[in-house]
Design a protein around this ligand. Structure first.
Ligand SMILES: Cc1ncc(COP(=O)(O)O)c(C=O)c1O
Length: 374
């Protein structure tokens, strides 16, 4: 069985260091927000080239807390792509605002700046109070941030980067998370920088935003037992920070290895007629996921089935676009509203990608796909 991501192999490669760091963290007796948390925040700020990094409980809350920090609430609208993980739009709804979806660029699967501007033009005529846009750096490649920032400036919007899948990705040397007003990360174990439980992070260059995220993550507490806003319990465990500090040292090497593996897949599969990931100009793609595209849903389903039957895990991220999810029915969207997102849901397939993937495993995966195409 070749899994889509193998967490155990990587754990074994850092086990000794991780166990020592975890033991030290536990010995401190500070199990939540201990010294290791502060240390990881400093390291993460430096790594992402951001002034401030505020640790939180998970990536979903990172988005929610950033929205809270900007005062976004009921009556406001926030735009995000229709093709992303639920949590991006979930955070918008959880802060009371209305998620507004936008279609994607079919080459990168990221939000299309042209379509974003189109959505804003229509909303402007309908009296929506649009406060922010959340571009998602899907699969590990950054969205077209320069265009998005220019549009956001024109329409006076906050830009919150959903960098949950893109730790270490960059655009013209600018790190994911550091370009917008704030950037949100997830360290869910399966992420390219994964903790051994839930954890997340908000980075920003604005001291007020950082200060407010700190208040919102800790029950709205400004001072001990003095609650200035309705906050949440979304603090980072000391153990997770200890694990993340160890793994942060290796992330560049792991991301490089992912790129090498992607290079092999690209070469082998492109020549077989499969659409391999498109890397936009100046982007450093870290391949959190390696996603192929097939000519239609039928072909995608056939290849997925043959891989699965031969013991290779392959999946679609994501099979249902957000505007067609039951939980967002109240927004009133219908099939056909975002054709590129809908097509991507039917025609894309992620194949195994993690730094520990072996050459012979990759060869087997490629061979199985090529056979399935015949
Ligand atoms: C694009 C995206 N946004 C947000 C999240 C939410 O992160 P978490 O699972 O840490 O809450 C995830 C991952 O799960 C994600 O892939």
């Amino acid at each position: 069985m070749i899994p889509i991501v193998d967490l155990k192999g990587q754990y074994l490669s850092v086990k000794k260091e991780v166990m020592e760091a975890v033991e030290k963290a536990l010995d401190s007796g500070q199990f939540v927000m201990g010294a290791e948390v502060k240390k990881f925040e400093e390291e993460a700020a430096q790594y992402t080239k951001s002034k401030y990094a505020v640790s939180v409980g998970n990536g979903s809350d990172a988005l929610l807390l950033a929205l809270n920090a900007y005062g976004i609430k009921s009556g406001d609208s926030v735009i995000t792509p229709a093709f992303t993980y639920y949590a991006t739009a979930g955070a918008i709804a959880r802060c009371g605002a209305k998620p507004v979806f936008c279609d994607i660029d079919p080459r990168t699967y990221n939000i299309s700046p042209e379509k974003l501007e189109g959505v804003l033009r229509v909303l402007g005529t309908k009296g929506h109070r649009v406060k922010a846009v959340i571009p998602v750096h899907l699969y590990g490649q950054m969205a077209e941030m320069d265009d998005i920032l220019a549009i956001a400036k024109k329409y006076n919007l906050k830009v919150i980067e959903d960098a949950a899948q893109a730790f270490g990705a960059s655009d013209k040397g600018r790190k994911a998370g550091s370009i917008g007003d704030s950037g949100c990360f997830s360290f869910y174990p399966g992420k390219n920088l994964g903790a051994y439980g839930d954890a997340g992070l908000v980075v920003t260059n604005d001291s007020q935003t950082a200060g407010l995220v700190k208040i919102y993550r800790n029950q709205g507490e400004k001072k001990k037992y003095q609650h200035s806003v309705i906050g949440h319990n979304s603090r980072m465990d000391t153990i997770q920070a200890a694990v993340l500090s160890v793994k942060l040292k290796y992330i560049d090497g792991w991301n490089k290895k992912r790129q090498q593996l992607a290079g092999f897949y690209d070469k082998e599969l492109r020549s077989a007629g499969v659409i391999t990931p498109f890397v936009a100009k100046d982007k450093f793609h870290i391949y959190h996921l390696y996603v192929l595209r097939f000519k239609d849903k039928g072909q995608k389903d056939r290849i997925e089935k043959s891989l699965n039957e031969k013991g290779v895990d392959a999946r679609t991220y994501y099979p249902v676009p957000l505007h067609l999810q039951e939980c967002f029915e109240y927004l009133g969207y219908k099939k056909g509203d975002f054709p590129e997102a809908e097509k991507a849901c039917g025609e894309t397939l992620a194949i195994p990608m993690y730094p520990e993937l072996k050459q012979e495993e990759q060869e087997f995966i490629v061979k199985t796909i090529k056979e399935g195409l015949k």
